[in-house]
Ligand binder design. Structure first.
Ligand SMILES: Nc1ncnc2c1ncn2[C@@H]1O[C@H](COP(=O)(O)OP(=O)(O)OP(=O)(O)O)[C@@H](O)[C@H]1O
Ligand SMILES: [Mg+2]
Length: 261
């Protein structure tokens, strides 16, 4: 059975997509079968793995989530990273929030789609949009765990109460076992000690849910998407890629403790 992880924070530009892409790719490079689901109409995860504008035989996540009887197998694309598959998104997806508004069971669409392919992957990683709308709700209902990237800056924790409240509501109704997978500090500027202060605050709040690895601000991480490659394959030796490899190992250790021996 695979583990489904939603990468979520309704704050924009905190490193959700960079984290989803590089975690998915780094885990795939470890020999796992990984499915990355782009659940954001910006399609950044799709372009970040080189599939911008590409459609699977069935189309994109938009068609899958709005159809009544989609076979999710028809929406999976291979990527240039071995072991990493993608369900792509395009701007069409922004229509789904409105189209599904009167549909019964609309929050559970993604969950039932994922159920069709769960046993074919080790990890399923969902990239979610910067809002707490219906698509993020679908991600939270479908997920076993939520991975929260936090930008290393003052106010990093601002707005998190809304995410935690939404998680509680989902847990009380549609997904009782939902929990936090972990909290990842991203875009740390090592030239200032702001990062250390933020890190202290965040660790005080989330305790050992916070990963030891902190992702530094690194230009390679920002450049890689324009080459259609995860940074961990675009420049595996860069500081950014090395940080994501270390982070991916932590995720694997938490999930498969035998690896840590
Ligand atoms: N550690 C980093 N160092 C440098 N640049 C980064 C880093 N992480 C992300 N970026 C860049 O910062 C921008 C925002 O990152 P990203 O797209 O991953 O955030 P996001 O949370 O997915 O944004 P959105 O909320 O719009 O979906 C992107 O241009 C990305 O390439
Ligand atoms: Mg994003």
């Amino acid at each position: 059975m695979s583990k489904v992880i939603a990468v979520t924070n309704q704050k924009g530009g905190v490193g959700k997509t960079t984290t989803a892409i590089n975690l998915a790719a780094a885990i795939a490079l470890e020999g796992k079968k990984v499915l990355l689901i782009d659940c954001d109409a910006q399609g950044n995860a799709t372009s970040g793995v080189g599939e911008k504008g590409h459609r699977a035989p069935g189309g994109t996540i938009y068609e899958a989530i709005t159809a009544t009887d989609a076979d999710l197998h028809q929406f999976i694309l291979p990527t240039s990273t071995s072991g990493l598959s993608l369900i792509p998104a395009t701007r069409d997806l922004s229509g789904a929030e409105i189209e599904l508004i009167s549909v019964e069971g609309r929050e559970g669409r993604l969950k039932s789609l994922i159920a069709q392919v769960r046993d074919e992957f080790d990890y399923i990683i969902i990239d979610s949009p910067p809002s707490l709308g219906l698509l993020t709700l679908n991600a939270l209902v479908a997920a076993d765990r939520v991975l929260i990237p936090l930008h290393c800056e003052y106010f990093a924790l601002e707005g998190l109460a809304d995410l935690v409240a939404t998680m509680r509501r989902v847990r009380a109704s549609l997904n009782p076992s939902l929990d936090i997978e972990g909290v990842l500090l991203t875009m740390n500027d090592e030239r200032t000690n702001l990062g250390q202060q933020v890190s202290r605050d965040v660790r005080e709040f989330f305790k050992d849910k916070v990963y030891r690895t902190v992702i530094p601000r690194n230009v390679r991480l920002a450049e890689a998407p324009s080459h259609g490659l995860p940074a961990v394959t675009y420049d595996a030796r860069s500081r950014g890629a090395e940080a994501y490899f270390a982070f991916a190992r932590e995720v694997l250790e938490r999930n498969e403790p035998v690896l840590a021996l």
